[in-house]
Design a protein. Structure first.
Length: 531
């Protein structure tokens, strides 16, 4: 089979002028194609076989007629290299022959490679082709329908933070920690959508998801809302009456999701279509195929990109069947910033009574505040007021913030607190098991039949990894979290009967001892006689 390339002529009109060395990526139905495209001689070359096979087509080449043939059910396309035509419809032998698509550039063979205008061919088959000039990416999608979403009144959906406080009770008291309940909940929602029966019920109850379909709509709205917060105009921008106000940067607040399948381990195992549709529709998830050689590296790069480099690493190995990954990133300035002039060293007494010298920030302003005989709590809003940090002094007790938030009142508060930075990582298996998720971790007992198909249907959660980062200073806060759920199968392949070969060294034999790194033969010999 020869190698063919498509040239995306119509896409170039959107792309503008690019150089031959500019790398172009191709994404088909949200799955990146391994072979990158490039722009050469004013045309975008994309891998024909990778594109159409990802779309479910069989691809064949007739050397005698010089035709490339693409078939997917009742969809049929031929590209005639002799006359440069692209024919879409039924096979040539049918009563109604294929219709020749209008193309601005004819198909042609150049150095045994077939080029044709991608947009005309794709749209004739009901596909869409889009170009992202900023990332230099060609997006090809089929006309798949979305999952039917329930009619949900979002005002009826409230955040359920029960899991957050249960997990907080189990966090260590011997070190600084931070975790992201939102990231963990979102990652568990990715898993819950692929689960069924008691497995799904346990995940939903423990994570506080409620009805899965309703939570999907809630998550979709949350992701879009956070995206809008990040894109909102800077406060008072262009308003001359606020020239004395400090110029604030926009709040950055984002949720990113991705789903990964290790094709080297999967064999004939694939994600189910309905699961992929739900992931893309409700969670804006990227769908990726990886292998043993690049799985960990690509997931770690994705995490780094989605957390602005704050969490560059989450998985150590590519030895997983599937991975469900969530990343949350936040960066915002205080609505009332601390003046660095007042930052000074002071003493911090830790839980063990040991005293440490730290840099303390200090200011006196109007803040929402509450206190009683057991606690003190202050609300410190970020620019825009959409987000805030609540800080509580409660001795050695871990207290639920929720009952006290509505009790705060604005008053003058003198705040003195240390600048701090914390990086924390934890494997959540035991913690999630203790608060209610058991069956999902059971090999042979978990039910993830809504997620994966093929091979064995006995899939389970192997590991849940969580990493966080936070940096608090005079200007504001930067924080990030990543949660990765690694899915395995009790047996990724149905084993074949092994072929047993006989190797019986009962006659003279030769041998070498070799350095496998360099290929150097360290020793060579032959054994032909009894000692």
């Amino acid at each position: 089979m020869k190698r063919f390339l498509l040239t995306a002529a119509a896409v170039l009109a959107m792309a503008g002028i690019c150089h031959a060395s500019d790398g172009v990526s191709v994404v088909v139905n949200d799955v990146p194609i391994d072979t990158q495209a490039v722009i050469e001689s004013g045309r975008t070359l994309v891998p024909l076989r990778g594109v159409f096979e990802q779309l479910g087509y069989s691809v064949d080449w007739n050397a005698e007629t010089k035709e490339a043939i693409f078939v997917n059910g009742d969809k049929y396309m031929t590209i005639d290299a002799k006359d440069g035509g692209v024919y879409i419809g039924a096979p040539h032998s049918s009563i109604a022959p294929p219709v020749k698509a209008d193309t601005d550039v004819p198909a042609q063979l150049i150095n045994d490679r077939l080029y044709l205008p991608l947009r005309a061919a794709s749209e004739g088959l009901g596909l869409s082709v889009d170009w992202d000039g900023e990332t230099k990416t060609v997006y090809v999608k089929d006309g798949e329908e979305n999952v039917t979403a329930p009619d949900i009144d979002l005002t009826d959906l409230k955040a359920d933070n029960s899991m957050a406080y249960k997990m907080n009770e189990l966090m260590p008291k011997t070190e600084n920690y931070m975790f992201s309940p939102l990231s963990i909940k979102m990652a568990l929602a990715l898993a819950a959508n692929g689960a069924d029966g008691e497995t799904q019920a346990e995940i939903a109850k423990t994570a506080g998801l409620g009805d899965i379909q309703a939570y999907n709509v809630y998550a979709q709205n949350l992701i879009e809302t956070y995206k809008a917060v990040s894109e909102k105009e800077e406060k008072h921008e262009g308003d001359p009456y606020f020239f004395d106000e400090p110029k604030h940067e926009k709040t950055q607040l984002s949720i990113a999701n991705s789903v990964w399948l290790n094709k080297d381990k999967a064999g004939d195992i694939t994600f189910k279509d309905e699961y992929i549709k739900a992931m893309k529709q409700f969670y804006d998830a990227e769908i990726n195929n990886v292998g043993m050689a690049d799985g960990a590296d690509r997931i770690n790069k994705w995490c780094s990109d989605k957390t602005n480099g704050k969490i560059p690493h989450i998985v150590d190995s590519s030895n997983f069947l599937a991975a469900l990954v969530n990343a949350v990133y936040f960066k915002a300035e205080w609505a009332e910033q601390f003046d660095e002039f007042f930052t000074h060293e002071d003493t911090f007494t830790d839980r063990n009574g040991e005293k440490q010298t730290l840099d303390f920030m200090e200011q006196t302003e109007e803040f929402a505040y509450y206190e009683d005989k057991d606690i003190q709590m202050v609300k410190m809003p970020y620019v825009g007021g959409n987000t805030a940090m609540y800080i509580m002094l409660s001795g050695d007790k871990r207290v639920n913030f929720t009952p006290y938030i509505n009790k705060t009142e604005y008053q003058k508060v003198h705040i003195k607190m240390p600048k701090f930075k914390v990086e924390y990582s934890v494997t959540l298996n035991d913690m999630l098991n203790k608060i209610g998720i058991q069956q999902a971790f059971e090999a042979g007992g978990a039910d993830f039949t809504k997620m994966l198909q093929g091979g064995t249907n006995s899939f389970f959660i192997d590991t849940v990894l969580h990493k966080t980062y936070i940096d608090v200073d005079e200007n504001g806060t930067e924080a990030a979290a990543v949660t990765a759920i690694l899915v395995e199968a009790t047996a990724a392949f149905e084993p074949e009967e092994p072929v047993i070969k006989d190797f019986i060294a009962d006659k003279p034999f030769s041998y070498i001892i070799r350095d496998e790194d360099t290929g150097e033969i360290l020793f060579m010999g032959e054994y032909a006689y009894k000692d």
